[in-house]
Design a protein around this ligand. Structure first.
Ligand code: PMP
Ligand code: GLN
Length: 397
């Protein structure tokens, strides 16, 4: 039994695939979480906060020291000036920031334009808010923004563009020119942009080019209409902490807070000073993580290519995408369900990130599979050895 508000929203594929990995003892290259924790001094800060009495409700918008640290972070990395009192709100992970932003900004019937494939909480939250999805599909193998498709997805009913860069699951990092195209459309149609930038620090080189992340809020005229979301999870390898934030002009931050106060009221108190410490005292840690992730990206992508898979090398995030057609498979879901038994490895079928209303036959991600490389190099290597030693040929192979 499901209430109408949740009908048509499939269960999250991450839980299912991680459970499959646990049940079969397979190496989990599915759900994206690192197998090495973030900086030890930051953990010590959290322990000190727990021991030091930071155990009662934090203020609704977040503890001041973390709001200030987020403002300093946006200034240090991007030159953005924020008033921590009115332009930053702390949330329970970026997930709550996404939920509160959509509940706080989207009226029933409003249209939300978003990049497909989408991170799975976006369609779920838009549906719960009574909004209408207008996908702009990033097409394999390059997954670039199609500006004409963006323009034709916008209508009089559009209220919000929901952006995600670096993009999960494709690994696309939007270029300045692509962001400018989004900005032009937003200004022309007077739209709000909610931009999920949780992978802001996890960008890599491709060839001789370094794919730098540019927050949309830094483009001329965009700050006033842009709500930027991020969290401690990916940048500092603390995905289980669920400390996130939204920042932007006071009227958009107030909309997030208006919804957030009824979702969680306030977020976990002892982890907030520790997250502030990470942002202030370990500002270079994410760049070192990115350098090490780039090596693991290359290891995984080369290994997958050697298996006969067509690989899209990601410019950012934790994930590489393959097309499994070359192995004789047409359906990534069937492939991923067979994989633990065949090879002792779990990956994620990308088709689950496409619009839930699409028919299987009309799903551009049907033959795509997402692999996480945020694991120790020896784990990536063992997974590749297992894959290389297994029969991966499909029903048509
Ligand atoms: N957005 C994207 C694109 C993500 O990949 C994730 C990671 N699960 C989140 C949001 C959620 O972030 P958090 O864990 O901080 O809630
Ligand atoms: N962001 C991670 C992923 O895409 C984790 C998702 C989740 O656990 N909900 O795999």
């Amino acid at each position: 039994m499901t209430v109408s508000r949740l009908r048509g929203i499939p269960p999250t594929i991450f839980a299912e695939m991680s459970a499959l990995a646990t049940a079969t003892g397979a190496i989990n290259l599915g759900q994206g979480f690192p197998d090495v924790d973030g900086p030890a001094d930051v953990v010590e800060r959290a322990v000190a906060a727990l021991r030091g009495g930071a155990n009662q409700y934090a203020p609704g918008p977040g503890v001041p020291v973390l709001r200030e640290a987020v403002a300093r972070h946006q200034q240090r990395h991007y030159g953005l000036d924020l008033d921590p009192a009115t332009q930053v709100v702390i949330t329970t992970g970026a997930t709550e920031a996404i939920a509160a932003a959509i509940l706080g900004l989207v009226e029933p019937g409003d249209e939300v334009v978003l990049l497909e494939p989408y991170y799975d909480s976006y369609p779920a939250m838009i549906t719960m808010a009574g909004g209408v999805r207008r996908p702009v599909t990033l097409r394999a193998p390059d997954f670039r923004l199609d500006v004409a498709a963006l323009r034709s997805a916008v209508s009089e009913r559009t209220r919000v563009i929901l952006l995600n860069t670096p993009h999960n699951p494709t690994g696309t990092v939007l270029t300045r020119a692509e962001l400018q195209a989004v900005a032009d459309v937003a200004v022309e149609h007077d739209l709000i942009v909610v931009t999920d930038e949780v992978y802001e620090h996890l960008t890599y080189g491709t060839g001789t080019h370094h794919n730098e992340h540019h927050p949309l809020a830094t483009l001329p005229g965009m700050f006033e209409r842009t709500l930027t979301l991020s969290s401690i999870g990916k940048s500092y390898s603390f995905t289980g902490w669920k400390v996130g934030w939204a920042s932007g002009p006071a009227h958009l931050v107030a909309a997030v807070l208006a919804a957030k106060q009824w979702l969680t009221f306030t977020s976990g108190a002892p982890l907030q000073p520790a997250a502030a410490y990470a942002l202030d005292e370990e500002p270079d840690w994410p760049a070192r993580l990115a350098a090490s992730l780039q090596e693991r990206r290359d290891l995984l992508c080369e290994g997958l290519r050697a298996l006969g898979l067509a690989v899209t090398v990601p410019q950012g995030t934790y994930f590489a995408t393959t097309d499994i057609t070359g192995l004789g498979w047409a359906d990534g879901d069937a492939f991923c369900r067979a994989l633990p038994g065949r090879a002792g490895v779990v990956a994620i079928p990308t088709q689950g990130f496409y619009d839930p209303d699409r028919d299987a036959a009309d799903n551009p991600g049907r033959q795509l599979v997402r692999w996480a490389f945020c694991k120790r190099p020896e784990v990536v290597e063992t997974a590749l050895e297992r894959l290389a030693g297994s029969d991966l040929s499909g029903p048509r192979g």
